[in-house]
Ligand binder design. Structure first.
Ligand code: NAD
Ligand code: UD1
Length: 351
């Protein structure tokens, strides 16, 4: 008999975190249905599946079912649930650019909040009450204390993107209070970076990268002239911003561990869990590590602070260790080496 606990629906599975997680799921013998509307993923002309999924299939030597579906379209979600039976949904699909969320907030609320409501309603209809949600350290707002632990206050978010992540967590909490059969794990990611060690899949930002690591990667291959370092007057050891970078494969394995936790322990209710390395690195430390990994000089200029940025953010990831038996194993050198390898092999991303 088919083992239905192996069937997983991954929304946004053609994205950066989704594609690496799908690979880890296949490697752990799960069967995966990916839904994605390709708003931030590339599909080659005449291809049925996005390029990253084709590469994931090759790496795993296994197949994925891919469905072009927009989560804001409830009818197409419904059709998928009618056809397939799942053990759990891993929900990545969202818009994620902080700056853009300030210029088109309605789109962000529509996809991230209303899209998630659609998904939850359809799940309820089909009596599937297990979900792993992509949350973010951004829900903590400006940290009052470091490291950040899960019981700290959330919600002081300064931009629409962050607010959508916080709002969905609140919705999920209310849902769990109203119906004790739900099992919700909200994974709060710190700063995911890096790529699969093969250099076949990685982060493929649209246009000018907003985030540090992809920007450095583009400077390293000469696509950008220099990096702007946003501020050197923070209260940190070298004055530049400190973040908890986590290798994308550690993050992906965190999702597999969360699934196994749901399978073996059947935890009910809402549970937030930090996924971070617990270590903070400054911008200058990341530049140094990247220079070491790539043997390239990364030219940079110190400029003004970026509005909305905080000085430091890093996790206490002990709850993930306790509940999921998960720890981040890759260090900043691995993150830089794998980013460099991906960037060199794919200077124009998937296209
Ligand atoms: P991504 O943009 O690479 O992946 C998101 C995927 O969702 C894309 O493939 C996109 O095409 C798809 N998508 C967007 N809108 C959709 C819709 N309406 N219907 C169906 N598919 C849709 O982003 P990512 O970095 O992989 O992030 C995945 C999740 O993790 C997001 O929820 C994001 O908010 C969260 N997160 C990301 C980070 C980060 O730094 N990358 C940090 C914290 C949390
Ligand atoms: C970003 C998102 C945040 C998300 C988090 C996790 C923004 C404004 N915030 O935050 O919502 O939860 O990623 O992935 O996008 N830096 C530079 N020069 C650059 C880019 C960044 O100096 O060109 C600095 C920043 O000031 C910061 C550090 O590098 O100190 C990391 O920046 P970034 O990669 O954008 O991540 P976050 O600011 O943590």
């Amino acid at each position: 008999m088919a083992d239905e606990t192996r069937n997983i629906l991954v929304t946004g599975g053609a994205g950066y975190i989704g594609s690496h997680t799908v690979l880890e799921l296949l490697n752990a013998d799960f069967q995966v249905v990916v839904i994605d509307n390709l708003s931030n993923a590339f599909r080659g002309k005449g291809h049925e599946k996005p390029e990253c999924i084709l590469r994931v299939e090759k790496l795993a030597n296994k197949q994925v079912i891919f469905i072009d579906c927009d989560i804001t379209n409830k009818k197409s979600l419904n059709d998928i649930f009618q056809k397939h039976k799942f053990f759990c949904v891993i929900h990545f699909a969202a818009l994620k650019a902080v700056g853009e969320s300030c210029t088109i907030p309605l789109e962000y609320y529509k996809v991230n909040v209303a899209g998630t409501l659609n998904l939850l309603e359809v799940m309820r209809e089909y009596n599937l009450k297990r979900i792993i949600y992509s949350s973010s350290a951004t829900v903590y707002g400006v940290p009052k204390k470091l490291p950040l632990t899960e019981e700290m206050e959330t919600g002081n978010c300064t931009n629409p993107y962050g607010k959508t992540k916080f709002m969905v967590e609140e919705i999920l909490k209310d849902l769990c209070s109203s119906d004790k059969a739900w099992s919700v794990i909200s994974l709060r990611y710190f700063n995911p970076v890096g790529a699969h060690q093969s250099g076949q899949i990685g982060e493929d930002p649209n246009g000018i990268p907003n985030n540090l690591m992809p920007f450095i990667a583009q400077v390293s291959v000469g696509k950008r002239e220099f990096l702007s370092v946003y501020g050197k007057d923070y209260e940190t050891p070298d004055g530049t911003g400190v973040r908890d970078y986590i290798h994308i494969l550690d993050l992906a394995s965190g999702h597999v561990k969360a699934l196994i936790y749901q399978k073996t322990k059947n935890p009910l209710g809402f549970q937030a869990i930090n996924l971070g390395s617990g270590n903070g690195y400054s911008v200058l430390e990341v530049i140094n590590a990247f220079e070491k990994a790539s043997s390239k000089k990364i030219p940079y200029k110190i400029v003004d602070r970026r509005s909305g940025d905080i000085a430091s953010s890093y996790s206490d990831a002990s709850l993930a260790q306790k509940l999921l038996d998960w720890v981040a194993v890759k260090n900043i050198d691995d993150m830089c080496a794998d980013t460099w390898n991906w960037q060199q092999k794919n200077p124009n991303g998937y296209n």
